[in-house]
Design a protein around this ligand. Sequence first.
Ligand SMILES: [Zn+2]
Ligand SMILES: [Zn+2]
Length: 357
Amino acid sequence: MDEEVVSFLRKVYREHYFKNHNLVEIPSMMASREFGYIPFGGGMVRHLSFKNPGELFAELVKQAPSSVFCSNAIYERPTLQMDEKGWKGADLIFDIDADSIPTPCKTRHTWWYCNVCHKGGMGTKPARCPSCKDASVEQMHWSCHECLNATKVHMKRLVDFLQDDFGIDRQGIRLYFSGNRGYHAQVRDERFETADPQMRTEIANYVRGTGLSLKVQDKVPGHAEFGWGRRTSLFLAASEGVSRPRRNQKLTNQIVDANAALIDESVTTDIHRVFRMPGTLHGNSGLLKMKVESLEDFDPQNQPVILSGETVRVRIYYSPEFFLKGTRFGPYDSSTVQIPIYAAVFLLARGLGVLVN
Ligand SMILES: [Zn+2]
Ligand SMILES: [Zn+2]
């Protein structure tokens, strides 16, 4: 990344943490958690510990990191290497990304970018850049209302599983916008704190409907039940009169598609995860990871846009159009533009441009 861009981003993030450190959500048992961060243009720094919020805030202002993380686990000795930390338990966590939900809109905002000559184009990435022939072409994704809404639907399904099937109190389920293209859920329920990776894998498979084999024919529509059985009954009741596949597995797949929550299982099964901290900025977008009180009312292209609306002059190598704060930006193709800092950071943090004096 361009030196000047790095110092610009650090300045913007530093100002943010100086003014808005009150937005950072301090985890329970703070002193027993592992913290980590990624500096702009650098690698992950882990195994940190902070005794109190003041210590953490001071470090955020000092380092102005691109991303800040905190362990879902609590440890006896959080600063030691993994096998010496003394794992005591971990919150149950979930991540649903817009990229992993199959929606037809994908083709409209999937694009590629050449890290060598800075050319870009729409669609799936070519093996080599058509312009400079280099192979360091990156697959890029923007998101839109359609896929972000689909992600919300999967989040609602997840909450339904957690409440109805696992008996978790709604108060114990915190939902967050990830700061990029997805949503996180964090569960506080002591029954799951000491769950090992195997049990977490079973939970992940259950909500994804992985390997599910339903004896669909046995289900009476409207029959009062719980779990996947209830979902099957409701599906059959809703699709009465519609022609259904004869083969049991095919019908099962339809029921799974209509009900499963497509979480990223690698996040849920990891008991040593350092997870993005709520109230911190995402390193690739400048958007805030923030708590979502109501999924219905939450607008991921508006509320998490927290950086300044003052404008800055930038040259953007390439970007398809995107929307922030109700404003359309782009498409850009080697364009010099004066845009708000929040939109500039959205692009510069991904290395898509440079500052222009
Ligand atoms: Zn190229
Ligand atoms: Zn979309």
